[in-house]
Write a protein that binds this ligand. Structure first.
Ligand SMILES: Nc1ncnc2c1ncn2[C@@H]1O[C@H](COP(=O)(O)OP(=O)(O)OP(=O)(O)O)[C@@H](O)[C@H]1O
Length: 227
């Protein structure tokens, strides 16, 4: 397995609370990894640390073998925009923009002219089952459609890694399965890895691997493939 993203010896404290107590984690190319564990166990802290949003107190984060946790804020945020994609629970789309412009936004932030960015964004609608919804505003989309738009937006920059934090937390079970199936398959087809935090074992089962976090540490490390 060729490793795209890794964290070694990651520690993070908030006052007297230890959120990460020395975590080692490796994510391979096209790997999909679910992070599970009880509330407050450190899942989001781990995801945000790997994504360069939170700086660890100790340890290292490497992207493509290059250490990123010590980069300056400008370089780090440029790297987050160009090499990572993010899908959150909900409410991440800009309500005043049509779906296609929401998807195009990361490209425009990278300096791609608007017309070209929207053209590239549109290509994502059919593969994600969103044909015909390009001009809809987020308020005119169902929860599942909005999350598929968010997936398109995460993938439009051709990231190395997509991070998803409870991406189906606001959806019903049937829609959740559909969204996670698309998230895992399209991410893999694009050659990106997926790191997903979820409370839901049924959603985690769509990933190649499940990692259990408890008290800021990695517990059992199950490896299995979904049929
Ligand atoms: N900004 C912060 N300030 C203070 N404490 C924090 C902060 N962020 C997280 N913590 C604490 O760190 C620990 C780990 O939090 P984290 O959000 O990573 O857990 P989690 O497993 O994602 O929880 P949940 O499933 O409830 O979202 C918790 O005890 C939490 O209260």
């Amino acid at each position: 397995m060729s490793i795209v993203l890794a964290g070694y010896g990651l520690t993070k404290k908030y006052g007297s609370t230890t959120a990460l107590a020395g975590v080692d984690i490796e994510v391979g190319e096209r790997d999909s990894l679910a992070i599970m564990g009880p509330s407050g166990s450190g899942k989001s802290t781990l995801l945000h640390t790997l994504a360069g949003i939170i700086r660890p107190d100790g340890g290292q984060v490497l992207l493509g073998g290059e250490r990123i946790d010590r980069l300056g804020e400008n370089r780090l945020s440029a790297l987050r925009r160009s090499r990572f994609g993010f899908v959150f629970q909900s409410g991440q789309l800009l309500p005043e923009l049509p779906a296609e412009e929401n998807v195009a936004l990361p490209l425009m932030l990278e300096g791609v002219p608007r017309k070209q960015a929207v053209e590239r964004a549109r290509r994502w609608f059919a593969p994600l089952g969103l044909d015909g919804l390009e001009r809809r505003r987020p308020g005119q989309l169902s929860g599942g459609q909005a999350q598929r738009v968010a997936i398109a937006r995460a993938l439009v920059v051709a990231p190395d890694v997509v991070f998803a934090d409870e991406p189906t937390g606001a959806l019903d079970q049937a829609t959740s399965h559909e969204v996670i199936r698309l998230l895992t398959s399209v991410t893999r087809e694009q050659g990106a890895a997926l790191v997903m935090v979820t409370h839901d074992a049924d959603m985690a089962a769509h990933c190649d691997r499940i990692l259990q976090v408890s008290d800021g540490r990695i517990g059992t490390y199950d490896q299995f493939t979904v049929a």
